[in-house]
Design a protein around this ligand. Structure first.
Ligand code: HGY
Ligand code: MN
Ligand code: MN
Length: 420
């Protein structure tokens, strides 16, 4: 395999990246928040899926939607030791353009690149778009990959509802996927020989590792989870209720927000966030009767994350006690720490001349990693900002990412790479 940099000269940067990127630019724009609102099985997602199927068709790839609503495109008939690459098409509310779609566009262009190089895969190559990775609609991240690997009870998944009360089952049905069939897909999982997800980097660890690196290789994902805290008090009039007569659930809610910050300042490397808070009834001149607060906490392994949550809840409960409010907690998701395949990671880091870096962002690759040899490639994100409209990667770096992905896939597709 010639060094990665030489290969970049073998095929000059092409405009197809710009063309595919332009196809997506107008789909699912979030008029209220800026950026994008593309959520599992909603209209924008269905439009993106149609686009992907058309792009796959143009490349002679056979597409299928699996029992969990994940979308696949095959070069070669599905079979054992398949090399799989892809990511997701959905976004967080008001999300950026790159988180997810960059991995899908790069996978399509990597197929083009492999064909330009005359690569004839020794095993099948599949592109995949996992369903509802962000959990932006139904509250559970990596819904499609969790179902695939059996990391969630299918009935519990079907019952999840969005803000309008639409269930996952209804949304899947509307998208043409029979919800009754959702659940673990051991045969499909067993057929995967390796999974590689290319993703825009989120955060600044790649820059810290090597400010000149356009590409990084994922080494691990920190444990991360989501908790819904419901505080109940006494709704009342904002103008006529004296402080001593108040049972205002917003006070313990505020306690949770401030405790999250205090706790992570005490634990280097930890992060805890309240980005979503929903008071009922939500009137300006009304003391709320209850409030839902969502906590996103990430640190070390699952036990470390849970210990931080306990600290935060301890402080919020103390505030609830003082305010005469009731506080209840529901854990919505927990994903333990994941280390990507060490041999694959080391090989890619050497082959691509790219530093191996950890990440605090969850990915479908994190769900597959315990089951199949899995790697991640990160494309430089100059600001590190993600989950926001100004998430950005330079086109040149994206093209370098396509070539790095093509190099990676070429190595995995070669006859000598196929385990006997
Ligand atoms: O939340 C995450 O880390 C991912 O973007 N789903
Ligand atoms: Mn994301
Ligand atoms: Mn993502």
């Amino acid at each position: 395999m010639t060094p990665h940099t030489d290969r970049m000269r073998s095929h000059p940067p092409d405009g197809r990246f710009g063309g595919l990127w332009a196809d997506l630019a107008g789909i699912g724009r979030d008029a209220l928040r800026g950026g994008y609102a593309r959520h599992g099985f909603d209209d924008a997602d269905l439009q993106l899926r149609e686009w992907f199927v058309e792009q796959a068709r143009r490349r002679g790839l056979d597409t299928e939607t699996d029992r969990n609503g994940n979308l696949w495109a095959w070069w070669g008939s599905p079979g054992p030791n398949a090399v799989v690459t892809g990511s997701h098409l959905d976004s967080v509310p008001g999300g950026g353009a790159f988180d997810g779609p960059l991995g899908v566009v790069s996978a399509l262009l990597a197929v083009d690149e492999l064909r330009l190089r005359g690569v004839r895969p020794a095993v099948p190559l599949a592109l995949v778009c996992f369903a509802e990775e962000e959990g932006g609609r139904f509250g559970l991240p990596c819904l499609g990959s969790r179902l695939l690997v059996g990391a969630i009870d299918p009935d519990a998944a079907r019952r999840l509802r969005d803000g309008d009360g639409i269930s996952v089952a209804d949304a899947m049905q509307r998208a043409g996927v029979d919800p009754a069939g959702a659940g673990p897909d051991p045969q499909r999982l067993a057929g995967i020989g390796a999974f590689v997800e290319l993703h825009i980097e989120q955060g600044r660890l790649l820059r810290a590792a090597d400010p000149t690196a356009a590409i990084g290789v994922g080494s691990s994902i920190v444990a991360h989870g989501r908790w819904r805290i419901t505080v109940s008090g006494q709704g009342n009039h904002a103008g006529t209720t004296a402080p001593r007569d108040r049972h205002d659930p917003m006070i313990p809610a505020a306690g949770a927000v401030l405790a999250a910050r205090r706790v992570i300042q005490a634990h280097p490397g930890a992060v805890a966030t309240v980005g979503r808070l929903q008071p009922i009834p939500g009137g300006t001149n009304v003391i709320a009767s209850s409030v839902d607060v969502w906590l996103d906490v990430r640190h070390g392994a699952a036990a470390d994350t849970s210990a931080l949550v306990d600290e935060i809840l301890h402080e919020a409960r103390a505030e609830a006690e003082l305010e005469g409010c009731d506080l209840r907690v529901h854990r919505e998701s927990m994903t333990d720490q994941v280390t990507f395949d060490p041999a694959l990671t080391m090989d890619l880091s050497a082959r691509l001349g790219a530093p191996a870096v950890p990440t605090g962002a969850g990915h479908d690759a994190g769900l597959l990693a315990p089951h199949v040899p899995t790697a991640m490639l990160f494309v430089r994100n100059p600001s590190g900002v993600s989950h926001a409209p100004d998430e950005y990667a330079e086109t040149q770096d994206c093209l370098t990412g396509v070539r790095a992905l093509a190099d990676t896939l070429e190595g995995l597709l070669a006859p000598e790479a196929v385990p006997r």
